[in-house]
Design a protein around this ligand. Structure first.
Ligand SMILES: Cc1ncc(COP(=O)(O)O)c(C=O)c1O
Length: 425
């Protein structure tokens, strides 16, 4: 009988990791209060809970003007529209991210230009960004991926030099800090998702942090059907519209849930940070595992998933087989996103956005060779669920024990994977 659970052995962890989202009486009371108030939706914008959420979230991140809305994709589209970026413009995005980071520029009418990532952070590589800048480039969307932050010093310097707008995609980075400054408050905009898997959640939802009050007022108009919004406030103006907009308002029920989440957040973040530091140390002793080095400027780590890299040579298998084996041991993990430059959807020559007048011929999209994103997405990255870090040292110990067990039995795992591959042709 094999020692490995995936080949019939017994599991390292038999007890499931704790579920997400967490909730208690406070959530029930908050939703009940909104239900009884009769003010469930987001109109007129902002409702009292939404206004309170905007204030408290900006406080939590340490700055900016927050505008809550429906999700963390619309946030980026609206930021682009507020910055007057759209048709014919290019927006630089990393190859390693969720599709929303590239879909949002397309929805705004712009062409997403997908560039490679830094192998140490898996976030945008500033050198690759610089090479991709053309006269049509208007914005950069760095993604603070998993448990890391993009090099905001280098990216902001590039943005300043080339007069570009920076929209931080902080869907994974609530509470994270760079040189003590909150994620999402460094660029011109910070986009946050409150979708149910995220570490601050209202089921669905998003918040856009704006550096300038002028942008915040315009954003509020865009998400509220174009109604004019004065700086720091809202209201109907019967005389007309301030922007072309739609209904992307957050409901009061969602805002109420997010407010309870904010109250709970600091203790959860403290626990995650402590357990992630413990994990960094424990993993550094496992051969074939590369802990992504933490940039010293990333002063507070607050993460969505913990990402590390495995060496397929040492383990004898690629990350997908390793994740299958880890999962069978009871360790919740994932191989991560596919490399975006391989998606058909994002090949500019295949979209109607790339009509000849808008398509810059000097940019050869057909030969996108992004080795670091390819290595991460297809061979080496492993994403551990946040729940692994929410049940004390035992949660981490189990994950490390499972990796060591797989490592001890690497030969057997490789043989089984090879046989299965042969069988499947
Ligand atoms: C990196 C990243 N950006 C954007 C989003 C989009 O957020 P939402 O699902 O709220 O639209 C997500 C999450 O799902 C994400 O992981």
């Amino acid at each position: 009988m094999s020692e490995l659970a995936i080949l019939g052995g017994s599991k390292i962890r038999t007890e499931p990791y704790p579920v997400w989202p967490v909730w208690d009486q406070r959530d029930i009371d908050a939703v009940t209060e909104v239900i009884k108030s009769g003010r469930w939706g987001g109109y007129p914008f902002p409702g009292p809970k939404t206004a309170e959420l905007a204030r408290k979230f900006a406080e939590m991140q340490g700055g900016g003007y927050a505008v809550p809305m429906v999700n963390g994709t619309i946030t980026m589209e609206v930021a682009l529209r507020a910055a007057n970026i759209g048709w014919g413009d290019e927006v630089i995005v990393p190859a390693y991210t969720f599709q929303a980071t590239a879909s949002a520029p397309m929805a705004a009418g712009a062409i997403p230009v997908i560039v490679d990532v830094d192998p140490n952070s898996y976030c945008l590589d500033p050198k690759a960004v610089e090479r991709a800048i053309t006269p049509k480039t208007r914005a950069i969307i760095p993604v603070h991926l998993g448990s890391n932050m993009a090099d905001m010093d280098a990216l902001m310097a590039l943005a300043e030099k080339h007069n570009l707008i920076v929209i931080e995609d902080c869907a994974h980075a609530h509470g994270a800090k760079w040189r003590g400054q909150g994620a999402g408050t460094i660029g011109h905009f910070g986009s946050f998702s409150l979708q149910s898997s995220k570490i601050l959640t209202s089921g669905e939802g998003g918040i856009l942090l704006c550096k300038s009050a002028e942008h915040a007022a315009l954003v509020a108009s865009i998400i509220d059907c174009g109604r004019p919004h004065a700086l720091g406030g809202g209201g109907d103006d019967p005389n007309g519209l301030a922007a072309q907009g739609g209904n992307f308002r957050m409901s009061e029920l969602q805002a109420a849930l997010a407010l309870v989440g904010i109250a709970r957040f600091p203790e959860q973040a403290r626990q995650r940070e402590a357990m992630a530091a413990y994990m960094d140390e424990a993993l550094s002793e496992v051969p074939g595992v590369r802990v992504l080095p933490r940039d010293k400027r990333h002063t507070t780590r607050s993460f969505y998933r913990y990402i590390f890299a495995v060496d397929p040579e040492t383990f004898g298998v690629e990350h997908d087989v390793l994740c299958g084996a880890l999962d069978a041991e009871g360790i919740e993990c994932w191989v991560g996103y596919a490399a975006m430059h391989n998606y058909d959807l994002f090949q500019p020559q295949q979209t109607r956005l790339a009509v000849p007048s808008a398509f810059p011929q000097y940019f050869d999209f057909t030969s996108m060779d992004l080795p670091e994103a390819t290595r991460a997405c297809e061979h080496e990255a492993v994403w551990l669920d946040e729940a692994v870090f929410r049940c004390g040292p035992q949660g981490v110990d189990d994950a490390v024990a499972a990796l060591k067990k797989i490592q001890r039995n690497a030969g057997e795992l490789k043989q089984a994977a090879d046989e299965l591959r042969k069988k499947l042709g």
